[in-house]
Write a protein that binds this ligand. Structure first.
Ligand SMILES: Nc1nc2c(c(=O)[nH]1)N[C@H]1C(S)=C(S)[C@@H](COP(=O)(O)OP(=O)(O)OC[C@H]3O[C@@H](n4cnc5c(=O)[nH]c(N)nc54)[C@H](O)[C@@H]3O)O[C@H]1N2
Ligand SMILES: Nc1nc2c(c(=O)[nH]1)N[C@H]1C(S)=C(S)[C@@H](COP(=O)(O)OP(=O)(O)OC[C@H]3O[C@@H](n4cnc5c(=O)[nH]c(N)nc54)[C@H](O)[C@@H]3O)O[C@H]1N2
Ligand code: SF4
Ligand SMILES: [Mo]
Length: 699
């Protein structure tokens, strides 16, 4: 078990499973075989460095929560009512198998849709559902909540989704956190930034749409309008070329069309960008000067600013900046968005890729409302979805266009199975609810998106009640449904060992002994000094959006991709304010929630206070309201009740609803995603969670 004795309390080593780029190495106090105490960051992991976020430090609140699901349940009340009766696992699995087999014979296998996302990032427990999907030829899912706007934008320039070792931030002189809020969403970035500030007086610059916790700690903060990062990046590059801060040796050697790009930027002046971003010209000049005069500038590029209809184009514009200055050449310089593309996993045994049939229907996760409501475009001329089986996701809370999602899940003829840790909004709509283990109750394999470690997540305590892991449930379903694949016969540890070896890594024995493998590539590779990852070895200022979409998309190009700017630009396709809906709203992440996870723990609920809307004091005065007052916020998709919080740290016309509260925490039962749209942005689809026009009224 690798539990080694500390003074009085045993400590086990594991990994945080949550959907967070930090993927922290954890030291967990194991009080007895069923109970954990404090959780700490592992000191000897060179990225974690002993630091974790407060929500996971008090994980005992979540794992030992009195409302955890412990037994299988069957619906007894109307759909969505949350009335259930306890049943046995055998009864639950019998009913699931009977219903799935009869739906399959009546409507075809594509009438069943396995649906999942990132409740755990462990490969065995997250990705095993695909093995069932592929072997049974159920409808496939294209996961668009998170990465599908960001990655194509980065890959359009760089050619791959990897970047410079984040530990190199310790050697930087300027760290630019663009469109991310690591103080909330990946606290470890701040550890490495802190070391650079302390040891070499490095500066921190932050670009966001409001004054975040990260910006409060920064030397330079830039508050722009949502969805305008492309304009800011272009004006910065205009100045870099204008003022002689472009590295022409580097540009000629490493980039595709530097002269043309410079000419393209001639009209993207600071004045032009000031108009679009709402940032004064002087501040744009200041940012460009900082970047232009600091060789070791490290761009830590977040996901947040990509969640707009022009998000891919904005990402491409931002990651083009270090290609103009040549910052990539220097230790402590360059960029990182994610290292996910670095690991080159072969997960075929877990995901059943060998059984995948590309002819099987694939549907967009963000369109779950439209899919379940029978929109023919989303069903792609296939059968209606008659059964949905969900692990690791809470779409009735986190998916956009919530009223449509609820309408879809309310269908009496839809058979819904939800495997969960809590009775979430989605579980409430289920016909059968199955109780799931948590990460400290099963073994799994992880790799860090925001660093370079392959890690073993160990089981340290027994699961309560009758909780079963995702792997156990998938294998039992496969047995009853007649699905055959080698992966169904293996234990999680066997799958971990085989997946490591199939991917050219050392096996589980070594990982067990070492806890993690640091697989950071060498300096030249990480900095693209042997060439960027496109076939011509160049950084591409001229984007090939169709090719870039292919980095993520299982559905080809989506949205108005042909209208996308080839060279970085401001692409004005966001949900523009109108006289009816004059405010632009973002739903920025709360510090102690993680999407809808942790919005059930007492510590997090207390810290976050309640569903609220940050609004500029002058806007608040203009609608005749005061701080603390209850507001109605709405658009054509619906209405949400939030309490007003005056905040001068954002532009007028911009409002921010932090965090995803439970739908029931809002007076009318409508969560924040009631207001967000599910239309598919170019070039590969994605959740446009920070791109919403709304009206705001006193109630
Ligand atoms: N505490 C906490 N941690 C989390 C999460 C959480 O919900 N809460 N979510 C997890 C997940 S799933 C992910 S993907 C990562 C994401 O982590 P990050 O990459 O850090 O991205 P986000 O936190 O989504 O967004 C960060 C910031 O983007 C800002 N933003 C929104 N629109 C714009 C814009 O148009 N321009 C600019 N410049 N900024 C904009 C938001 O205000 C927010 O402060 O975090 C993970 N960690
Ligand atoms: N308004 C708004 N909406 C957003 C976002 C936003 O910023 N604003 N962010 C978007 C982003 S970036 C993302 S990634 C998505 C996230 O969407 P989801 O991946 O659905 O994330 P969560 O809301 O955290 O829900 C995960 C669920 O999985 C369950 N779970 C955890 N581990 C296990 C397990 O081992 N087995 C099973 N069976 N269940 C488990 C948890 O209890 C939890 O209810 O949300 C998106 N939605
Ligand atoms: S910072 Fe992220 S990875 Fe680390 S413990 Fe918190 S949620 Fe987990
Ligand atoms: Mo995400």
């Amino acid at each position: 078990m690798n539990i080694h004795a500390k003074p009085n309390i045993k400590t086990g080593i594991s990994v945080c499973p949550h959907d967070c780029p930090s993927t922290c190495a954890l030291e967990v106090e194991v009080l007895d075989e069923n109970t954990i105490g404090r959780v700490r960051g592992a000191k000897d992991n060179s990225y974690t460095l002993g630091v974790i976020c407060e929500k996971v430090a008090r994980y005992s609140e979540r794992i030992h929560h009195p409302e955890r699901l412990l037994y299988p349940l069957k619906r007894v009340g109307p759909k969505g009512s949350g009335s259930f009766a306890r049943i046995t696992w055998d009864e639950a699995m019998d009913e699931i198998a009977t219903r799935f087999l009869s739906i399959e014979s009546e409507h075809g296998s594509e009438a069943i849709w396995p649906y999942w996302y990132a409740g755990t990032m462990g490969f065995v427990m997250r990705d095993g559902i695909d093995r069932l999907t592929h072997t049974k030829k159920y409808s496939r899912m294209y996961g668009t909540f998170c990465i599908t706007l960001a990655w194509p934008g980065y890959a359009a320039g760089v050619g791959a989704v990897r970047g410079v070792d984040p530990r190199e931030m310790q050697k930087s002189d300027l760290i630019v956190v663009w469109g991310g809020n690591p103080v909330n969403t990946q606290v470890n970035v701040m550890t490495h930034v802190g070391i650079a500030r302390k040891t070499r007086g490095a500066k921190l610059a932050v670009i966001d749409i409001y004054e975040t916790g990260t910006m409060k700690q920064a030397d330079f903060g830039y508050i722009i309008k949502p969805g305008t990062d492309g304009a800011l990046a272009c004006a910065v590059m205009h100045i870099l070329f204008r003022d002689g801060h472009a590295d022409w040796d580097y540009l000629h050697r490493y980039t595709d069309a530097p002269e043309e790009f410079r000419d393209h930027l001639a009209s993207r002046t600071p004045q032009w960008a000031a108009e679009i971003t709402g940032l004064p010209v002087g501040r744009i000049e200041e940012l460009a000067r900082l970047i232009g005069t600091t060789k070791r500038t490290y761009f830590r590029i977040g996901y947040g600013f990509s969640r707009s209809r022009n998000g891919s184009a904005n990402m491409h514009a931002v990651v083009s900046i270090p290609a103009v200055t040549g910052a990539w050449q220097h230790e402590g310089g360059g960029a990182l968005h994610t290292n996910s593309g670095m690991y080159k996993w072969n997960k075929s045994l877990i995901m059943g890729n060998d059984a995948a049939d590309r002819a099987t229907r694939v549907m967009d996760q963000c369109r779950v409302g439209e899919v379940l409501c029978g929109n023919p475009k989303d069903l792609k001329a296939g059968p209606p979805v008659k059964a949905i089986f969900i692990q690791n996701s809470n779409p009735v809370s986190v998916a956009p266009d919530q009223n449509r999602v609820k309408q879809g899940f309310a269908r009496e003829d839809l058979f819904t199975v939800v495997h969960e840790q809590f009775l979430t909004e989605t579980a409430r709509y289920a016909d059968i609810v199955l109780p799931a283990t948590m990460f400290l109750e099963h073994d799994d394999l992880y790799s860090g998106g925001g660093h370079s470690h392959i890690m073993l997540g160990r089981k340290l305590v027994n699961a309560p009640g009758e909780c079963r892991s995702n792997h156990e449930v998938i294998c039992e379903m496969a047995r009853r449904l007649g699905a055959e694949h080698e992966g169904f016969a293996l234990t999680p540890r066997q799958l971990i060992d085989r997946t490591l070896k199939d991917s050219g890594r050392r096996g589980l024995d070594d990982l067990e002994a070492e806890n993690w493998f640091d697989v950071q590539p060498d300096f030249e590779t990480a900095h693209f000094l042997n060439g960027f990852a496109h076939p011509d070895g160049k950084y591409h200022f001229r984007a090939d959006w169709k090719k870039a979409a292919g980095v993520v998309s299982k559905m080809g190009v989506l949205g108005p991709w042909q209208d996308m700017p080839a060279f970085p630009d401001h692409w004005a396709v966001t949900e523009a304010p109108t006289p009816e809906t004059p405010f632009r709203m973002t739903t920025s992440p709360a510090r102690t929630f993680l999407n809808s996870t942790f919005n059930e723990t007492p510590g997090s609920r207390k810290r976050e206070g309640g569903p609220s809307l940050l609004i500029h004091p002058d806007d608040l005065a203009a609608i005749g309201a005061s701080s603390g007052e209850t507001l109605l916020v709405g658009n054509a998709r619906g209405e949400v009740v939030l309490s007003a919080r005056a905040n001068a740290g954002q532009q007028r016309g911009v409002v921010v609803a932090e965090g995803i509260w439970q739908n029931e925490d809002h007076e009318n039962g409508c969560g924040i995603n009631t207001l967000t749209g599910s239309d598919q942005p170019a070039p590969a689809g994605g959740g446009v969670f920070h791109d919403t026009a709304v009206w705001v009224r006193r109630r």
